[in-house]
Design a protein around this ligand. Structure first.
Ligand SMILES: *Cc1c(COP(=O)(O)O)cnc(C)c1O
Length: 396
């Protein structure tokens, strides 16, 4: 029994609570965790038939699919506006799965330079297997135009870059890519599924680290690939089910519950982020406050058009470099020093010495990762408490 709460054109909060729920013969209210590796067949004939192909409510092995996981996949696909989705063990399994399943030796991929370190590693692996990868400044449409050529297999970028919060114009890049026959693969973590209109704007495949806003509590790793049924089930799924990137049913259940409250959480976090960015603007200890929701962000109009929000992340640059930045971090009480994001707990990261430590000084400078830069993920605490904590740390 499946709850299709999107078929009547229901809104996203209704879908987030009900869509995709599968109930067993017991009619349980809450989504059940099917913590099972496999499934029992009524007969040898049924087993044979199942191995010839499974329907949406037929399963054979948890590496291939599981009822709890299918509930999570159906729900996120409905929210993202795609035909289908495949859940994975982590965000990186989703990025790896999307790119490796679609590429062959000799293919050409164009990627934005400003990417999460592990995404850059996956692109290096593609090169090892004979895929050509060209890098561009994601905000420069002329560079995309020059790099994409007839036969380019795919373009890949973060719609909002980490940690510089630069926005890539999904629609403009998709128009260039589609004219050349390339697929548009978007890592949409910073935009969040709440503010995402990526598919509407031309993305063919959207990948998420569900570890971030979808969980929202920093409890478990997970990822998801959203796309057409053909791409998800015929391209991504065979690769993932045979190479072992399967999500645990328990983690699917955590993510399913995360989706239920995600809209409320992320909107509250983004409202708080805007208020905090405004409060920090012009702070004497800061040389820059970067937040796409502020009118002075160089891509503010694009951010509003593309997401309708500045999101939950702020970047600030402390005057006085690493020493001053570290001193500020060590004075924080509420905001935790860590490297996750999208959590209910506010988190601050010093990218130059942690998440982006391995990049050369030259590349750090190019990506705006200066010694004083801090990345702040705004959580669900009282906005006034966060402003007081940050002001206290910065020496207001
Ligand atoms: C965290 C993150 C990933 C990787 O996700 P994991 O769940 O940690 O594997 C990929 N891309 C972006 C933009 C991220 O922030």
């Amino acid at each position: 029994m499946t709850d299709q709460a999107s078929n009547g054109g229901y809104g996203p909060r209704t879908q987030a609570v009900h869509h995709g729920t599968r109930r067993s013969q017991y009619g349980e209210m809450a989504e059940a965790i099917f913590l099972t590796q496999g499934f029992v067949y009524d007969s040898a004939e049924q087993a044979e038939k199942r191995f010839q192909g499974t329907g949406p409510d037929e399963f054979i092995y948890a590496r291939y699919g599981n009822p709890t996981t299918r509930m999570f996949e159906d729900r996120i696909a409905a929210l993202e506006g795609t035909e289908d989705a495949f859940a994975t063990a982590s965000g990186m399994a989703a990025v790896n799965g999307a790119l490796f399943s679609m590429c062959r030796t000799g293919d050409h991929v164009v990627a934005a330079k400003a990417l999460f370190g592990s995404c850059l590693y996956v692109l290096d692996l593609l090169v090892r297997y004979g895929v050509e990868v060209s890098y561009v400044d994601g905000t420069d449409l002329d560079q995309w135009q020059a790099a994409i050529r007839p036969g380019t297999k795919a373009v890949f970028f973060e719609s909002v870059s980490n940690p510089g919060l630069e926005i890539v114009d999904i629609k403009a890049v998709a128009d260039i890519a589609h004219a050349a026959g390339a697929l548009v693969v978007v890592d949409n973590v910073f935009a969040t599924p709440v503010f995402s209109k990526a598919v509407e704007q031309g993305a063919d495949v959207v990948v998420y680290s569900a570890t971030k806003h979808i969980d929202g509590g920093g409890r478990a790793l997970a990822g998801v690939i959203c796309g057409t049924r053909q791409f998800v089930r015929e391209v991504a799924e065979p690769y993932l089910k045979h190479t072992g990137g399967a999500i645990s049913p328990f983690h699917s259940w955590i993510m399913l519950n995360g989706l239920t409250t995600m809209d409320l959480r992320v909107r509250a976090q983004a409202d708080s982020a805007l208020a905090i960015a405004k409060a920090l603007q012009g702070h004497p200890a800061l040389s820059r406050v970067i937040y796409p929701g502020l009118a002075d962000h160089s891509q503010h109009d694009l951010a509003m058009r593309q997401m309708g929000s500045g999101g939950t992340m702020i970047a600030i640059e402390v005057k006085g470099g690493k020493e001053a930045a570290f001193a500020a971090l060590d004075r924080l009480n509420i905001v935790k020093i860590s490297n996750n994001l999208g959590d209910a707990k506010s988190i601050v990261t010093h990218p130059a010495t942690t998440t982006h430590q391995r990049l050369s000084d030259e590349i750090k400078a190019e990506l705006g990762i200066t010694p004083g830069l801090l990345r702040v993920s705004i959580g669900l605490e009282d906005t006034a408490d966060l402003i007081a904590d940050l002001n206290g740390a910065l020496g207001a």
